[in-house]
Design a protein around this ligand. Structure first.
Ligand code: HEM
Length: 500
């Protein structure tokens, strides 16, 4: 009897998988939509852990000259969108239908799931409104001294390491810098890793960036089949780092007088989080401590790795483009000679056309998160040919558009001129989206731009950057396959020669 029950259950299970698979195989074909082949378990996601998603998306874009391509994100229908008009509709015009992301971390591990990046409505709307005030232009201007002092640490570190014959691995160097900036500006924690290469917070971010096979599976699941997170206990960050960070967070809150000490929320992110809790209490809403810690963690994660990876690719490209370095240098020196003081302020840097074009071109060629993920809350008419059912995930193919030769000729060439004002005006809207767009766009965009600008100005005025012998050219640097973001999978280094 027992054996019969087991056999019956297996038969039901296998039949379900086969029926579902048949449904999946015919779903996009019946709609007459170009689509990828379907695997019974993984849907179209058979590339995971073998190819970086950004590269997968770019290859699909170039292979299918179609505004969209049907896929399956495991057992969920998905649509890769390659077209700027549809992108605009989804991320901006009809953003109400696409407020949520597919990616998620279930509900069991609250520290992973209650932050701005992973949370969905209704909590997202309330968090976003309250946290938007953290990175206003005036607050960022108030942190200029911090940015200056960290870039001067960065220059000191590069000089000393170079004098001592150390081959500088770019990504950890810039991760030291970006962790320090976010640690001090957001939490008021004194950080010295730009100078020393180590520190409490930096040891945590070092753990974030370890891409083991297990972490790879954990993240792939969180991004593409989030239902698995609760079943297998997957978390957004390694468990020990979350425990450590919670302890540090609680300690700093105590040092600042506890949760009840009245604050105007203006000093830094921590202050804004404390104010958010106090305001919520006034509205009889309980904003639990775990929500505050989860958001502090996402600001740290979102703030350090994206910035350091961008600076890594930027510096590496500069090494192979002496003419870009020279033009950058001349523009900065010329602008500095017109200043009343010797120090740039953020507004001065924001106005240098070639300088900003170099940054934009880096983020075109290497968009760290080269797709935007949105979930349809209801049936949605994409165009006259296609309506997708509620629950479909949409992947806006940012990296694909950034590498379309019709939009950006010779897309594998590093060519900042594309973004000079006279050329930038010809770029088709919604084809260049390194920070996303619409209400769910990157909340740290301005902060990131500040960190990048101060670092680039300091590096390019202090050093000539040269490639190391036998290093791969930029286009041959392999991309991480275990992690999901656009990151080099090998150490990349350059030679820094001090300018006289
Ligand atoms: C070069 C640096 C950065 C890049 C390229 C980048 C890119 C992105 C992208 C593509 C998104 C998704 C946008 C969308 O879906 O439309 C995003 C979201 C986000 N980013 Fe960034 N980011 C950077 C720096 C930062 C910094 C410095 C912080 C915080 C200090 C940050 C915090 C966040 C958060 C919290 C979200 C989720 C926003 C939401 O869902 O409401 N990012 N970022």
């Amino acid at each position: 009897m027992f054996l019969e029950i087991i056999l019956a259950l297996i038969t039901i299970g296998v039949s379900w998988v086969l029926l579902k698979w048949r449904y999946m195989k015919t779903f996009w074909r019946k709609k007459g939509i170009p689509h990828l082949p379907v695997h019974p378990l993984f849907g179209s996601m058979t590339f995971l852990q073998k190819i970086n998603p950004n590269i997968w998306l770019k290859d699909i874009y170039l292979e299918y000259s179609s505004p969209y391509v049907g896929v399956w994100s495991f057992w969920r229908p998905g649509l890769i969108v390659n077209c700027p008009n549809i992108t605009r509709n989804i991320v901006v015009k009809d953003a109400d239908v696409f407020r949520n992301r597919l990616l998620g971390t279930g509900t069991k591990d609250e520290l992973s799931c209650l932050n701005l990046f992973t949370v969905n409505d209704p909590l997202w709307t309330s968090l976003r409104r309250r946290l938007t005030a953290v990175f206003t232009a005036s607050k960022l201007r108030g942190w200029q001294e911090l940015f200056r002092s960290k870039t001067s640490d960065l220059i000191h570190r590069i000089k000393t390491d170079s004098e001592n014959g150390v081959i500088i691995n770019l990504r950890p160097l810039f991760a030291d810098y970006s962790t320090d900036i976010i640690g001090e500006s957001s939490f008021g924690i004194k950080c010295e890793s730009t100078r020393t290469g180590t520190g409490h917070l930096r040891e945590m971010t070092k753990d974030f960036e370890k891409y083991s096979t297990y972490r790879g599976i954990e993240w792939s699941s969180i991004f593409f089949v989030p239902e698995m997170a609760d079943i297998f206990g997957f978390t957004f960050w390694p468990k020990h780092t979350m425990a450590y960070f919670s302890k540090v967070f609680k300690m700093i809150v105590q040092e600042r007088g506890g949760y009840d000490k009245e604050t105007d929320g203006k000093k830094d992110l921590l202050d804004a989080l404390l104010k958010m809790r106090q305001d919520a209490l006034k509205d009889n809403q309980n904003m639990e401590e775990v929500i505050l810690i989860s958001n502090a963690l996402i600001f740290l994660q979102g703030g350090y790795d994206t910035t350091s990876a961008t600076l890594t690719y930027l510096t590496y490209e500069l090494a192979y483009h002496p003419e870009v370095q020279q033009r950058l240098y001349e523009e900065i020196v010329e602008a500095r000679s017109n200043l009343e003081t010797d120090e740039f302020d953020a507004n001065d840097l924001a106005e240098l056309p070639y300088f900003n074009a170099v940054l934009k071109e880096t983020m075109r060629k290497y968009p760290i998160m080269g797709w935007l993920d949105r979930l349809a809350l209801k049936d949605y008419r994409i165009d006259e040919k296609l309506t997708v059912p509620a629950g479909t995930v949409v992947f806006i193919n940012v990296n694909g558009m950034h590498h379309d030769p019709k939009l950006f000729p010779d897309p594998n060439e590093f060519r900042p001129e594309r973004f000079l004002p006279e050329n930038e005006k010809n770029i088709i809207p919604y084809t260049y989206l390194p920070f996303g767009d619409g209400p769910r766009s990157c909340i740290g965009k301005r902060f990131a731009q500040f960190s990048l600008r101060f670092a680039l100005a300091a590096i390019s005025t202090n050093f000539i950057i040269k490639p190391l012998k036998d290093s791969p050219v930029p286009n041959d640097v392999p991309v991480e396959t275990k992690g999901l973001f656009y990151l080099p999978s090998i150490d990349v280094s350059v030679e820094f020669v001090p300018r006289n």
